[in-house]
Ligand binder design. Sequence first.
Ligand code: CA
Length: 374
Amino acid sequence: MHARPRTLRRAGRAVRALVLAMTVAGSASTAPSSIAAPSGAPSDATAPSASGGAAASTAARAQPVVIAHRGASGYLPEHTLVAKSYAHALGADYLEQDVVLTKDEVPVVFHDLELEAVTDVEQVYPDRRRADGHWYVIDFSYAELQRLSVHERVQPGTGAPACAGRFHERGLPLRIPSLADELAQVRGLNAAAGRDAGVYVEVKSPAWHRAQGKDPSAIVLRTLAEFGYRDRTDRAYVQCFDFDELVQMRTELKTELKLVQLIGENAWAESSTDYERLRTREGLREVARHADGIGPWILHVVTWPNGGGAPAFTDLVRDAHAAGLVVHPYTLRVDQLPPNAPDVDAVHRALFDRAGVDGLFTDFPDRTLRALGR
Ligand code: CA
């Protein structure tokens, strides 16, 4: 399961060179400019819209989009600017940003509410943990966070890598970027490379943020607008696990950006949303009133019930398409395949060729692009 293919080792060497070349990750927050993000011909331009209602036929559907999950996180520490640069260089269509707020309300690109799984916060700020034993992003100013070094994800308690065989280097100047830093980098890379990678922003735990006195969605949407991401023709998606929050973004905050309802398992307690219900036809129709797509777990689409045997498909993709929603499942990991899946090619074939998904979150954008013949 954790074997390290030759391509991974090659990529590892390239990545180390890239990190040495790019020690700019710790630079100060970049001021947004009024220059609009470049817009090109999005490969998902024909994706059905919620307002359109009718599902596009398979023939009319656009080429699936490849979404670099937390950047090229299979090769570099997640959500660092180098991981995003590498994903851009590999050719990903979208770069994903998870966003949480700092104490001084700077939106930063970071997956967890707590800092310890991917930073050296225990060493840098030993006295800043809460009574529950965690160090929270929201308890630190943006300037304070810049003293932390980001490393590969480790398991709480043991400190063992969450995915063995990935990027092990420690102590590099890999910083937590602000959302503005990252959007500026995407704009710069798009201009320099002559391509148009999009952004795919997740508002993390909005209800939790509000309980701490902060409103992340308004800040995220404002930051996106400052970089020219304003409506559904722009190369941007906004995603959230919280159903009520997406409704609020559409109705009260009045965003015209493409919205994606993430779908988890109720047992994960990601939000108070009932994901069982959202996966029904009625639930999907309700999602389609304000959103453009869903981001389900891969196992909500396909499973391999018998070791190494044939895949078993749910009706989720068909039902979502019937409701006018695109489907972008998460997360393809070459080194952590779905249970019993025979190999990564089988997973790609099942999702793209059989289930007909419209995109895929992947830690390994190069592998997913190759599976699509790109
Ligand atoms: Ca995410």
